[in-house]
Design a protein. Structure first.
Length: 127
């Protein structure tokens, strides 16, 4: 939802003599962020805060733990430190602009809302 998105940056895009103010909004809300669980590497068992395996209540050494992402109830994808590093290395620090979305209540043609009463939909929307 646009109302829950928060601004993470304000900037200006310039095309010659034209300057366009831009607000960069986050694409996710906090509840949609990925979180990992600590798992015992040999069997994927989730470990408790005290580093005890849930499956057999045995103590788990830190060296036996890997990070895991729960994709379904009690089902995990395990990641090694090297695997996570490879994922980080594959990311870029650039932003690709694929579409400009008009703000609600603003017209894309620059006129203020309400100039044309029959204008009820954003451009490109169908009834």
């Amino acid at each position: 939802m646009l109302s829950q998105a928060r601004s993470i940056a304000s900037l200006t895009i310039s095309f010659g003599l034209v300057a366009i103010p831009v607000k960069l909004l986050s694409a996710t809300v906090a509840s949609e962020r990925i979180s990992f669980h600590l798992l015992r590497q040999k069997d994927g068992s989730r470990v408790k805060q005290q580093y005890i395996a849930v499956n057999d209540d045995k103590l788990v050494e830190r060296s036996e733990m890997v990070k895991g992402f729960e994709f379904a109830k009690d089902q995990y994808v395990m990641f090694t430190a090297d695997g996570l590093k490879a994922l980080e290395d594959a990311t870029t620090h650039s932003i690709d602009i694929t579409q400009f979305v008009p703000r609600a209540g603003h017209r894309s043609d620059g006129r203020s809302p309400g100039v044309l009463p029959e204008y009820q939909h954003l451009p490109g929307q169908h009834e």
